[in-house]
Write a protein that binds this ligand. Structure first.
Ligand code: UD1
Ligand code: CA
Length: 454
């Protein structure tokens, strides 16, 4: 089986400089969704017919398994498929898909291919209450498909047919080649219609089968931002259903956005308005509070993430508590039982078991030991304007509030830093280190008084 994906359309109604097939659905280009379905079928070859924004499409998709075919002038769907014919071998069945019909699923397509067998033509059709705009499926008295007529070319009787062409079909390559050579553009739109091959197949005595999709959403195309958002919600709804089927508690399945891969353990609970990007793994018993954004993270069993936290490129151990308003950036590795509180930013740092930074801190390029307490307002000064340096904090250290650790610098095991310390040299283990002016009180001091006459 070989696949041809039509993706040459400009998508004027998107009103965007981005080619239509690169518009994102669930964080991935529309075309990437179609490619995933094609790959899931084990296609021997995938040809994408591109036109508008060709280079942008090719580089964004970065799909080395795809054969790209340019259609410089868009003369119709039949002409588009014809551009791919030189790449296809005569023995195969050819599946035609569309770069702007992203929800098409491998299960429906497998049924379509089964219906086509080795030498039949198979069409994916749906019955719509409102068929306006679609090509209509015409059948004879015995119910056999005779041809497809486009809306614009249809008589008013034909327009009353509710069974429509989704555009998706499977045809034997050698015959398809022959039929495409024979179609013309003598129609209202002056286009070479792919749909004209159905009439030719029937007159050649080739059997035409029809299959309905598992779900109508699989056949919906995207022409506008409005339709894009409608498909986004359908996609997210199906992700939410899969998660709930697997036992995940979603406080509101309509307020979940997964733009990548979300893998959940047992008894995971996700509150409203959370966004998951890239690959996210949540261990058993993890709870994610409302309004969190998690990107490329791995969260250990029993860890709780309080509302409004933003975690990126982060791994946590078990039973940690993060947030509310925690921000972790790439390279953050938290061991077990770590607490990261509000307005704490962590980057490229390792924090060992049971350490806490509960309020208003920046910890960058640091290695923090076990049971360390980092007071409010602590900052690692990791950057001198040119280079970055590491801060090391030993087990059981206590970092007083409002401390600056000017890296590279080390805090020994069990050391205590007094509040307000600016640490520029290593702090020895077990000792109190403090760097601030001694407090003084002046008895008998009086405030200056205003001079008279001024
Ligand atoms: C097509 C079908 C119609 C079907 C409908 C389903 C034909 C003649 N008609 O109509 O029966 O009901 O889809 O949505 O096939 N494309 C190219 N190159 C071209 C022309 C189109 O790549 O020269 C691509 C477009 O980017 C689009 C797809 O093919 O993704 C469909 O083209 P469009 O012009 O929208 O066809 P419709 O008129 O909607
Ligand atoms: Ca269309």
């Amino acid at each position: 089986m070989e696949v041809v994906i039509l993706a040459a359309g400009q998508g004027k109604r998107m009103r965007s400089v981005l080619p239509k097939v690169l518009q994102p659905l669930a964080g991935r280009p529309l075309l990437a969704h179609v490619l995933s379905s094609a790959r899931a079928l084990g296609a021997r070859q995938i040809c994408v017919v591109y036109g508008h924004g060709g280079e942008a499409v090719r580089s964004r998709l970065n799909a080395p398994d795809v054969v790209w075919v340019e259609q410089s002038q868009q003369l119709g769907t039949g002409h588009a498929v014809q551009q791919a014919m030189p790449c296809l071998s005569d023995e195969s069945q050819v599946l035609v898909l569309y770069g702007d019909v992203p929800l098409i699923g491998a299960h429906t397509l497998t049924r379509l291919m089964d219906a086509a067998g080795r030498d039949r033509l198979a069409l994916l059709t749906v019955k719509l209450d409102d068929p306006v705009g679609y090509g209509r499926i015409l059948r004879d008295g015995a119910g056999r498909v005779t041809r497809i007529v486009e809306e614009k070319d249809a008589t008013s009787d034909e327009r009353h047919v509710h069974e429509v062409n989704t555009g998706i079909l499977v045809a034997p390559a050698a015959k398809l080649r022959d039929w495409l050579d024979r179609i013309g553009n003598d129609n209202v739109q002056g286009e070479y219609y792919l749909t004209d091959i159905i009439g030719l197949a029937v007159s050649d005595g080739v059997e035409v089968a029809t299959v309905a999709p598992d779900d109508v959403s699989e056949t919906l195309g995207v022409n506008s931002k409005e339709q894009l958002s409608a498909l986004e919600r359908m996609f997210q709804a199906s992700v939410a259903h899969r998660l709930m089927d697997a036992g995940v508690t979603l406080i509101d399945p309509a307020r979940l956005d997964v733009r990548g891969e979300l893998v959940c353990g047992c008894d995971v609970e996700i509150d409203v308005n959370c966004v998951f990007e890239g690959r996210v793994e949540l261990g058993d018993g993890v709870a994610v509070g409302a309004n969190c954004v998690l990107r490329d993270v791995r969260i250990g069993n029993g860890t709780r993430i309080a509302p409004f936290s933003h975690l990126d490129g982060t791994a946590t151990g078990q039973a940690c508590v993060l947030g509310p308003f925690a921000r972790t950036r790439p390279g953050t590795v938290l061991a077990n039982g770590v607490h990261i509180g509000n307005f704490v930013e962590i980057k490229n740092s390792n924090i060992a078991d049971d350490s806490k930074a509960n309020h208003l801190s920046y910890i960058g390029d640091a290695d923090v030991g076990m049971r360390v307490n980092i007071g409010a307002g602590t900052i690692t000064c990791n950057y001198d304007g040119a280079n970055k340096y590491r801060t090391e904090i030993g087990d059981d250290a206590f970092i007083g509030s409002d401390t600056q650790l000017v890296a590279p610098v080390r805090v020994g095991q069990g050391a205590t830093l007094g509040a307000g310390t600016t640490l520029t040299r290593d702090a020895p283990p077990g000792q109190l280190t403090v760097s601030r002016a001694r407090q003084q009180s002046h008895a008998g001091w009086a405030r200056p008084a205003k001079k008279s006459g001024e």
